[in-house]
Design a protein around this ligand. Structure first.
Ligand SMILES: [Zn+2]
Length: 149
């Protein structure tokens, strides 16, 4: 049954059939391929990346066996993201852009919990672990890993 929840194709190969989704924070969009035109500061909420079954296997392998983030291979144009309303962006001075830090803090806390408890907590899936690893790696890459709220 098609649930209509997947708006975007696989961010690695463009396959419209995807079965895994992970969420990252907007600032991490900078680490994606072809992300230059995207104003990540104007993104509302999480950014979702979708993967087909084959590419999810690749992503798991990269993270779990090689300790490498797949983000640099993911096409930003195939990520799902919501931008705040254009009129709002026009009315606001650029300095009034939405504060991204609460979301980054929330995703960091969730990622830390998932990475730490994977294997012990049956509610933490492999997907949760891989997503958490990617989020923590992205925070580190962007120099946010030790940033205190
Ligand atoms: Zn794919």
């Amino acid at each position: 049954m098609y649930t209509g929840q997947t708006e975007q194709p696989c961010c690695l190969c463009d396959d419209p059939e995807t079965n895994v989704r992970i969420d990252i924070f907007p600032r991490a969009v900078q680490l994606l391929k072809h992300s230059d035109p995207i104003a990540w500061r104007d993104i509302e909420g999480e950014v979702s990346l979708h993967f087909c079954a084959d590419d999810w296997d690749l992503v798991r392998e990269l993270v779990e066996e090689m300790g490498m983030s797949p983000l640099g291979r993911c096409n930003a144009a195939r990520a799902s993201m919501v931008f705040r309303e254009d009129f709002e962006a026009l009315l606001n001075d650029v300095r009034d852009e939405p504060d991204q830090t609460p979301l980054e803090r929330r995703l960091r806390e969730q990622a830390e919990t998932h990475v730490e408890s994977y294997g012990d907590d049956p509610h933490v899936s492999e997907r949760d672990y891989v997503e958490g690893w990617i989020v923590l790696d992205a925070l580190d890459e962007l120099g946010l890993a030790t940033a205190e709220p």
